[in-house]
Design a protein around this ligand. Structure first.
Ligand code: ATP
Length: 271
């Protein structure tokens, strides 16, 4: 956890593009100082003809979003928050499971940069040191036989005390699990490069291609968890895996249940 006593490196599209190298033409990176939400902006721009590969990274999100109207909190200089708009080629399997595959791409990047103990929590959290290090929000669009997605990612590079206290859950930051806090520009380029590889593979094989890798980082394999949904009884069971659609497989007293993401939250039964 860090207090705000450092000079921070500005997000800079030119630095990100230079780090992307040969992959730079696959993306169009915009850096904004302030916006409501990078995902909201891209969802607005997509129907106006934004190219696939459009990226918005922003220093200050005034209304960063998580799932189901929840907030994603960030601090200028200490967080990396960005979104990517991606149109998939015809024939891509359904985008179910995409947010889990994004988790694999982010984990790969962090590990390549020396991060230790990165774990994934179904369906869309990145954990480290038992805290939430990052969040993923995938919003999909279909029409005219094609599929597209806005992929929003928030990562805590450092965690100022004010954010740690405001999130209300155990949070974690990269500077605690890496030899040194990474350059946010290089981190953004690294995540985009891994996303490009993952999205290509996803277009061919869907989430099925990532199941084993996702499970190898699953925080709760074999553990008993509780699935909470608004207005419904919690479902308790043992985590048995995930399927090709990214559904959680839960061994319950009433047999194996498939839990699809969207409206549910996972909690450990015995924290
Ligand atoms: P869960 O599955 O645990 O119920 P969620 O997937 O619904 O969570 P997300 O959409 O991933 O939640 O993210 C929003 C939540 O993340 C917030 O409600 C808050 O608890 C937490 N949060 C917000 N900002 C941060 C942050 N910077 N670091 C860690 N956690 C955060």
């Amino acid at each position: 956890m860090a207090d705000k006593d450092h000079q921070f490196e500005q997000l800079d599209a030119a630095v990100v593009n230079a780090a992307l190298g040969a992959l730079a033409p696959s993306f169009r990176v915009d850096v904004l100082d302030t916006c409501e939400s990078t995902s909201t902006l891209l969802l607005d721009r997509a129907p106006l003809g934004a190219p696939s590969g459009s990226v918005i990274a922003c220093e200050r999100q005034t209304a960063g979003r998580g799932r189901r109207g929840r907030s994603w909190l960030s601090a200028p200089g200490d967080s990396l928050t960005f979104s990517l708009y991606w149109r998939f080629p015809a024939g891509t399997p359904l985008l179910a499971g995409l947010s889990l595959a994004v988790g694999v791409a982010v984990a790969r990047t962090l590990e390549k940069n020396g991060a230790a103990g990165i774990r994934l929590k179904w369906p869309n959290d990145i954990l480290a040191a038992d805290g939430k290090l990052g969040g993923i929000l995938v919003e999909t669009m279909t029409g005219g036989g094609t599929q597209a997605a806005v992929i929003g990612i928030g990562l805590n590079v450092r965690l100022p005390r004010a954010i740690a206290e405001a999130v209300g859950i155990q949070a974690a930051d990269l500077s605690s699990v890496m030899p040194f806090a990474p350059s946010r520009n290089l981190l953004l380029a690294g995540v985009l490069a891994e996303l490009a590889v993952m999205l290509d593979e996803f277009a061919r094989s869907g989430f099925a291609a990532f199941i084993e890798e996702w499970l190898s980082r699953h925080a709760y394999t074999g553990r008993t968890v509780r699935i909470l949904a608004d207005g419904a009884q919690p479902v308790e069971g043992r985590c048995a895996g995930v399927d090709a659609d990214g559904a959680l497989l839960l061994e319950t007293a009433a047999g194996m249940k498939r839990i699809v993401s969207g409206e549910v939250s996972l909690r450990t039964a015995n924290p």
